[in-house]
Design a protein. Structure first.
Length: 279
């Protein structure tokens, strides 16, 4: 035991904490599943769903800061890369996939054929996360000027944003007279597109910039803060029209920022490194 702990630096403990946050997210999802199957109010179950989102977001924040902590305090990280892979697989792969399944599997009660593509989409997300992390580990030894594909934390935030938008849509933008069917929303099927998109972006060859400081880092922090506020509003039970609308807008901003990052990524990379070459 002492040997194991001696191999760990400060940043490794942060990374370990990220994995535990992802595990806590899964615990709250299990509680939500149990609540949905009970006869008492659904508000508690929905709060558990948003709590699961919050823990994933906290893990994203931890992933954002463990790099700078490692560079400042840990000269050597014997276990760092391995812990990163395992923690990120839980927090940004398994937990978001279970979140999607838990939030949208109730369609299966009204349309049994829905469950199969939803399970496939969730499995695709987990597979792509593992492939993305393995590829990142390989490419970190070759060329780390930019990312190839969307980073797993970014994919997790995109999934959370899309899930939250679809979940809140009936309260904010009701479409005609469409209601819910056995708890399912009319636009729940859009989660299939969002999940396959988030997974595919992770294993794509698209060049995306690394934001470790400056305006890019500030924008990442703004995105996370927006997500924190959106989820906290729902956890606190502000289910009025204003509360739902505020969360909906903040989630929409977060999803838009990530998609703009993906679309503009190659141009940003060219601009950043052309400036470096000119100096």
């Amino acid at each position: 035991m002492k040997t194991t702990f001696r191999l760990m630096g400060i940043a490794d403990w942060v990374t370990l904490g990220n994995g535990l946050l992802g595990t806590l997210s899964i615990v709250f999802l299990i509680l939500a599943f149990d609540g949905f199957s009970s006869s008492d109010g659904s508000h508690l179950s929905e709060s558990y769903i948003w709590m699961a989102m919050l823990f994933i977001l906290l893990s994203v924040f931890g992933d954002l800061i463990d790099g700078p902590i490692a560079r400042k305090f840990s000269k050597r990280r014997y276990l760092g890369s391995y812990l990163d892979l395992m923690s990120d697989s839980i927090s940004f792969g398994v937990a978001p996939a279970l979140l999607v399944f838990g939030m949208f599997s109730r369609w299966g009660e009204a349309a049994p054929f829905w469950t199969v593509p939803l399970v496939i989409a969730c499995c695709w997300l987990v597979i792509c996360t593992m492939l993305r992390l393995a590829r990142f580990q390989h490419e970190s030894e070759l060329d780390n000027r930019w990312f190839h594909g969307l980073a797993s934390p970014g994919s997790a935030v995109l999934i959370l944003s899309i899930s939250g938008l679809i979940w809140l849509q009936p309260e904010v933008l009701p479409i005609g007279s469409m209601g819910t069917v056995n708890g399912a929303r009319p636009l729940d099927w859009l989660i299939l597109i969002g999940t396959f998109l988030a997974g595919s972006l992770m294993i794509s060859d698209r060049r995306l910039p690394k934001f470790s400081k400056g305006a890019g880092m500030n924008l990442s922090l703004f995105l996370l803060i927006a997500m924190f506020v959106a989820t906290t509003i729902q956890i606190a039970g502000y289910t009025t029209d204003n509360g739902a609308l505020t969360s909906f807008i903040l989630l929409g901003i977060s999803a838009t920022l990530i998609l703009v990052h993906v679309i503009m990524g190659p141009k940003i990379c060219d601009s950043m490194f052309n400036k470096q070459d000119s100096h």
